[in-house]
Design a protein around this ligand. Structure first.
Ligand code: CO8
Length: 263
């Protein structure tokens, strides 16, 4: 459990990159209610800071990114309690997915159940070669309850999502890379440097353009193609009202690096 004196989520900032670390290593960073609330607070703080241009999400300790929802807590829950817990997880992960900056997950170990659902709410995923990923809820007589039935299918397709969820299969990083569940796999000691480098690269790119790209790509496949393409025309023309596009095109023509303002 966490309390005000011992928060289970650590928020740090290096330049334009904020990082959130789930810090409950004795329970393999499992997401009890207090940890979900600490995560919600950290996300609120990231939004309030205003000038964050990329967020990195990781877990404390060598073993786990996050071992999922708290199994001990769930053992005591009524269906009503479970509904509230599931809704809280959805609310927090929806807020993470809706952040208007790119989010990079650095998966340092097991990302299981709610832990993988946390990964699925992020934009890009860098995994340690030791990472294990899966939605094993059906092995516990449950189903994924923090968005996994939808976001896994959206990320890797319905057929491979069926196999992982129905069988509760836990896969290694190499297989996760092969099926498109993670984007990069690196040696364990290179994980944070690589993920931080990627976050820095994203933070250095045009914020207005990335914000629009994130919104549009995130909506792909969730509405009909014609509506998505129409939204792209709207967003494309809207970037022409930004200082960033004036700067980006001018910097290209002047053969210099652009200086983004984020507006
Ligand atoms: N919740 C609470 N505690 C946990 C969890 C968890 N999810 N996972 C591990 N722990 C605890 C263990 O109980 C243990 O505590 P203790 O030392 O007090 O006995 C400690 O962390 C270390 O764990 P292990 O000894 O098991 O470590 P191993 O290295 O042997 O194994 C594993 C690591 C493989 C990650 C193993 O711990 C494991 O399988 N954990 C469970 C993974 C899992 O099934 N996750 C899915 C949970 S269900 C879920 O996420 C549903 C999401 C939607 C919820 C909707 C709300 C209703």
């Amino acid at each position: 459990m966490s309390d005000a004196a011992t928060p289970t989520v650590v928020l740090e900032r290096t330049g334009a990159v904020a990082s959130i670390r789930i810090d409950r290593p004795r329970a393999l960073n499992a997401l009890d209610e207090a940890t979900l609330r600490d995560l919600a607070r950290a996300l609120r703080d990231v939004r309030r800071e205003g000038d964050v241009r990329c967020l990195l999400v990781t877990g404390s300790g060598p073993k786990a990114f996050c071992a999922g929802a708290d199994i001990a807590a769930m053992a005591e829950m009524s269906p009503l309690d479970a509904r509230a817990y599931s809704a809280l997880g959805h609310e927090v992960f929806d807020r993470l997915a809706a952040l208007d900056v790119p989010v990079v997950a650095a998966v340092n170990g097991a990302a299981l159940g709610g832990g993988l659902e946390l990964v699925l709410a992020c934009d890009l995923v860098v995994a340690s070669e030791h990472a294990k990923l899966g939605l094993p809820e059906t092995s516990l007589g449950l189903i994924p309850g923090f968005g996994g039935t939808q976001r896994l299918a959206l990320r890797i397709g319905v057929a491979p999502a069926r196999e992982l969820i129905y069988l509760g299969r836990v896969i290694d990083a190499a297989e996760a890379l092969r099926i498109g569940l993670v984007d990069r796999v690196v040696a364990a000691d290179a994980l944070l440097p690589e993920a931080t480098k990627l976050a820095g690269e994203l933070a250095g790119r045009a914020p207005v353009a990335l914000r629009a790209a994130k919104r549009l790509v995130g909506a792909a496949g969730r509405s009909d193609l014609a509506s998505g393409l129409a939204r792209e025309i709207d967003a494309f023309s809207a970037t022409f009202a930004s200082e960033d596009r004036t700067e980006g095109l001018r910097a290209f023509l002047e053969k210099r690096a652009p200086v983004w303002k984020g507006r």
